[in-house]
Design a protein around this ligand. Structure first.
Ligand SMILES: Cc1ncc(COP(=O)(O)O)c(C=O)c1O
Length: 406
């Protein structure tokens, strides 16, 4: 796919448009009942977006499907060049072609890394509340979860407890650290200084770092720092997980790009993937990925503007009409962490209120670890009218709840 797809049509994207996703085998909309939720629940849980992808991606897929043969596929230099340009322009990171290992998802890569770089019983460190597959891939592979819990401070932000981090690394003999950067669900975009302090500890105790940077293109404030790009030591101890799936809304096409500069680590990781019986990626996923990084720039900048306006809307709405719910101000991601603790409800009571009475589906904070209890995660990557509908519903049930508790 070398030729230029003509004028960029990102300006034609209407993020306000509500597109009916029902009856498309859509995990977010079509499986509520199977997952124990009411039929017509409004879903704002799983991390994909209700927006149509950049037109250039659709066009590239259509062109590929028109060929009509879908045999095993690989990629050529053009694929790498599209990615290289994106990472350099957006993150000031110069990747090399031989660092790249493609996997059918970031969670798959996390599991492969756990298997490749640790033995059963070894300690793997995470920072809860964190994206729940982090603990699952450790537990399911019979490794030990060590949690350096993030601390919510008076400034309304989550912080790393570095003393606890070092003590745990040392005492538990941690082999591997799964870093979430930017962090899902607390929305932190870690600063260079914070990441450097982590890197120093990892260097001191020789901990391998798997840096899940899948949300790197959703920075609302500040700048994303690629962990592996901090310095030479970080470069040689890091497995960096990236993917077009969040940035360009391609989760169902299952392509991720994992970058490992250290040849020894890379060969071990590749061997583990081979042992799992995996080799070639999905043809359409590869086509979409290349088109996304090559042509998706304008679409992506329009998207960020829209997400920022949704965030402003959410912030103002809560402040003015549902002040019992505190928004944890995100610096990144489109997954917003809401503090419901002031309402004094148990998880079951919150579930009853939100899912049964309000008819909305959020991710309950407890699934991200014990530190998430009392919180909910809401996905704001949807047309404004859907977000508004969800907030009206929450407001209504909270108002009723106020009355009954008076
Ligand atoms: C931090 C993080 N990592 C990984 C994933 C999922 O990645 P994949 O679908 O490529 O396995 C998500 C999805 O929400 C995520 O938030």
């Amino acid at each position: 796919m070398g030729e230029i797809i003509t004028a960029n049509r990102a300006n034609n994207i209407n993020f306000n448009l509500v597109i009916d996703r029902r009856n498309t085998n859509c995990l977010k909309y079509d499986f509520a009942v199977r997952r124990g939720r009411p039929e017509n629940v409004l879903p704002l849980w799983v991390a994909d977006m209700d927006f149509k992808v950049a037109p250039e991606i659709v066009e590239a897929i259509q062109k590929r499907t028109a060929h009509g043969i879908f045999g095993y596929s690989e990629v050529k230099e053009e694929y790498f060049e599209a990615l290289e340009k994106w990472f350099f322009t957006h993150h000031n990171w110069k990747v090399e072609e031989d660092w790249l290992v493609k996997t059918p998802g970031v969670v798959f890569a996390l599991a492969m890394a756990v298997q490749a770089f640790t033995e059963p019983g070894d300690a793997v460190l995470i920072q809860q509340p964190v994206y729940y597959p982090f603990s699952e891939v450790i537990r399911d592979n019979h490794r030990k979860i060590v949690d350096n819990t993030l601390i919510l401070k008076e400034d309304g932000k989550y912080h790393i407890d570095f003393v606890d981090f070092e003590e745990k690394v040392k005492n538990e003999k941690v082999k591997l650290f799964l870093l979430c950067s930017p962090h899902n669900p607390v929305g932190r975009v870690w600063t260079r200084e914070e990441l450097l302090r982590i890197q120093e500890i990892c260097e001191k105790y020789d901990v391998i770092v798997v840096s899940d940077e899948i949300h790197e293109d959703f920075v609302l404030e500040g700048r994303h720092q690629v962990f592996a790009n901090l310095n030479e030591d970080a470069k040689k101890r890091t497995i960096t997980c990236t993917s077009p799936s969040k940035t360009f809304n391609l989760a169902g096409l299952q392509v991720s790009n994992i970058w490992i500069a250290n040849e020894t680590l890379r060969e071990k990781f590749k061997k583990q993937i081979a042992a799992a019986g995996y080799s070639q990626l999905n043809t359409l996923g590869l086509t979409a990925c290349e088109a996304a990084y090559r042509y998706g720039n304008n679409w992506h900048s329009e998207l960020i503007k829209y997400l920022k306006s949704n965030l402003n809307f959410l912030r103002n709405y809560l402040k003015e009409r549902i002040p019992e719910i505190q928004l944890i101000e995100p610096e990144g991601t489109y997954l917003i962490w809401l503090d419901f603790r002031e309402l004094g409800l148990s998880e079951e009571q919150r579930e009853e209120l939100l899912t049964k009475k309000a008819g909305i589906w959020l991710d309950s904070g407890a699934i991200f670890g014990a530190a998430g209890e009392g919180f909910e995660r809401i996905n704001i990557a949807c047309p404004r009218s859907i977000l508004e509908d969800a907030l009206h519903r929450i407001e209504r049930v909270i108002r009723e709840n106020r009355k009954t508790s008076e």
